[in-house]
Design a protein around this ligand. Structure first.
Ligand code: SF4
Ligand code: SF4
Length: 243
């Protein structure tokens, strides 16, 4: 597995452990899908991990059929998570964010996610303390929202200078990688990929975090745990810093 995929795994795993340690009454689970819209954002590395899962499962035909089912409905990316953080830290006007795409996620099979084990972090971190069906909206604890944003920033940092944006668009853009040939052969045509690439942004390095004093200690604890993990004897923090 590539270093970037290992980093992505570690960051997502540590977030999951941190979340579980918060003891919040999580209502989300496989088969609950009111929140599953076409507006999921991801990195190219998470997209590659999703392709790995599809190959392992031998689900290439189903996957290509999903990608062929239509347009993502996404608008072109004007700012990534780290781009947004950079603008905030620079005191720039960050209003006028892009409109979210509307509609059901292409990977829903009935009310169940067909790629649940490999779903991107944006899906993993959308965790509600109330069942959405009961009041038509999720309730996410503020500290969880903050920690999720920090983790999104880390995942983008890992995938800097690579595709970043709508899940369907990232997956279409990655279809020309050699291991994804079987999916690509089933896709409707080059225009789908070309249009998807035109809407995508590019991952950027972390410019800093947007934390208030109350959130700092909790989120710094999560970050310290991630940074202190090692890969082949090297600390994750050093790897992220390019050392
Ligand atoms: S956010 Fe709401 S709809 Fe989505 S999995 Fe959680 S409870 Fe279900
Ligand atoms: S990838 Fe799965 S969990 Fe994420 S929005 Fe789509 S169906 Fe829902």
């Amino acid at each position: 597995m590539t270093l970037k995929k290992q980093l992505t795994h570690i960051i997502r795993r540590e977030y999951q452990d941190w979340f579980e340690s918060q003891g919040l009454p999580l209502q989300c689970g496989k088969g609950c899908a009111t929140c599953c819209s076409v507006n999921v954002k991801t990195t190219s590395i998470e997209g590659e991990l999703l392709y790995d899962f599809i190959r392992e499962q031998g689900k290439e035909q189903w996957f290509a059929d999903c990608l062929n089912t239509g347009q993502s409905g996404a608008t072109p990316i004007t700012q990534t998570t780290n781009g947004f953080a950079a603008s905030c830290l620079a005191g720039e006007d960050v209003s006028g964010a892009e409109e979210p795409g509307r509609g059901r996620c292409i990977f829903l099979m009935g009310e169940t996610c067909g790629v649940y084990e490999a779903r991107p972090f944006s899906c993993r971190c959308f965790v509600s303390t109330v069942l959405c069906q009961s009041q038509s909206t999720a309730e996410v604890d503020q500290i969880v929202l903050t920690a999720s944003t920090v983790v999104m920033q880390l995942l983008e940092h890992v995938a800097q200078r690579e595709y970043w944006g709508n899940l369907q668009d990232v997956l279409l853009a990655l279809s020309d990688l050699p291991p994804n040939k079987k999916v690509r052969q089933q896709l409707g045509g080059l225009s789908l990929e070309t249009q998807a690439r035109a809407r995508l942004g590019s991952g950027q390095p972390i410019p800093g975090f947007l934390l208030d004093n109350k959130e700092y200690d909790t989120v710094m604890g999560l970050l310290a745990t991630i940074f202190n993990r090692t890969i082949d004897g090297k600390r994750v923090e050093d790897i992220l810093n390019g050392k």
